[in-house]
Design a protein around this ligand. Structure first.
Ligand code: MTE
Length: 320
């Protein structure tokens, strides 16, 4: 099986898992999968070499991150079939159905604003910026479900440092790709698009803030934010913006999608905090996907040692 090391991998080489799975469906429909089993490898190879398609979805040589939790991981199936991605519908099962044909290549991320060297990065360029790590993070949604996911990527700070922020840069704004033709369900979502998010500069530079290009050893499925997204493990899930196309350094606090929608319910900071209720529900407990019983939510989602000092002296009720 051909597996190339991540730095040699070209994003154009990567076959999305969905495409690969669809090919298998197609082959099965043609009776080719069964025929291959009977005839050995040859026929299948002729039809569509499965090794190449499968191998191309995988990363190898991933570094194990010291930031990883040892808690039990959710399955890829769970994590890719219970999603929030309002561009593709507002039901948890919608993105898995509606994002399958989302065109995620070619793709560039523009890094601009208060920087010395504004730059556009292709996904290939991003993949080469740093060794890819597997980081197993807890991820807590404001709707009280949580998951444990082996994400792939590296600290966002690697990319941010490259463009040399000016002294005026105090915040970092993020923006998702938006195309109503590819995302016709977005108009029923009730929120404005493009989806936008933001962090204070020190939060964005915190090593835990992950620039994420994959999960479970593979490239991201479209419904999980392909080809590149953020994962901010100490904040509610909505801060972890998907399918990013723009990162902008600025002096002023940027607007954020859910805060615009309802500022009393969704603050700019959105740190996981069992002591600050959402106006319509308590945040004291959460349910891990696939489990029956709830568990206690932990402040900063359990990442307090690495992040709490950034909020010293702040009233976390006011700055929720
Ligand atoms: N990013 C975009 N562009 N659009 C969205 O609707 N939803 C957010 C966040 N990022 C969202 C988004 C919310 S509410 C959550 S909980 C997480 O994505 C969910 O990530 P997951 O589906 O990979 O678990």
């Amino acid at each position: 099986m051909l597996i190339r090391k991540a730095p040699d991998l070209t994003y154009a080489d990567i076959t999305p898992r969905s495409v690969y799975l669809d090919r298998r469906k197609f082959l099965r429909a043609m009776g080719l999968v069964g025929a291959t089993a009977a005839a050995g490898k040859g026929l299948f190879d002729l039809a569509w070499p499965p090794e190449t398609a499968l191998a191309a979805t995988q990363f190898s040589g991933l570094i194990k991150s010291p930031f990883s939790t040892t808690e039990k991981q959710n399955t890829l199936n769970d994590v890719s079939h219970y999603n929030n991605f309002y561009e593709f519908g507002s039901e948890k099962s919608d993105p898995a159905k509606n994002a399958q044909n989302f065109k995620t290549s070619p793709w560039t991320v523009s890094v601009e604003g208060e920087v010395k060297t504004a730059r556009k990065f292709t996904v290939d360029e991003i993949l080469k910026l740093a060794p890819l790590e597997e980081r197993i993070y807890r991820h807590r949604c404001v709707e009280r479900w949580s998951i444990v996911v082996p994400w792939i990527g590296f600290s966002l700070s690697v990319l941010l440092k490259l463009v040399e922020p000016t002294p005026k840069a105090r915040y970092v704004a993020f923006q998702t790709f938006y195309d109503p033709r590819q995302m016709p369900e977005a108009k029923y979502g009730g929120i404005d698009f493009p989806y936008v998010e933001g962090l204070r500069l020190d939060e964005a530079m915190n090593p835990l803030a992950l620039l994420c290009v994959g999960m479970y050893g593979e490239t991201l499925p479209p419904q999980d934010g392909a080809p590149v997204r953020m994962v901010i493990p100490w904040k509610y899930g909505y801060k972890s913006i998907k399918s990013m196309v723009k990162i902008r350094f600025q002096e002023k606090e940027p607007p954020t999608t859910w805060n615009r929608y309802s500022s009393s319910e969704y603050g700019f900071y959105s740190n996981v905090n069992p002591n600050v209720d959402h106006p319509r529900w308590s945040q004291a407990k959460e349910r891990r996907l696939g489990e029956i019983f709830t568990r206690n939510t932990v402040i900063f989602n359990g990442y307090g040692d690495q992040v709490a000092s950034m909020y010293n002296g702040m009233d976390l009720k006011k700055f929720h």
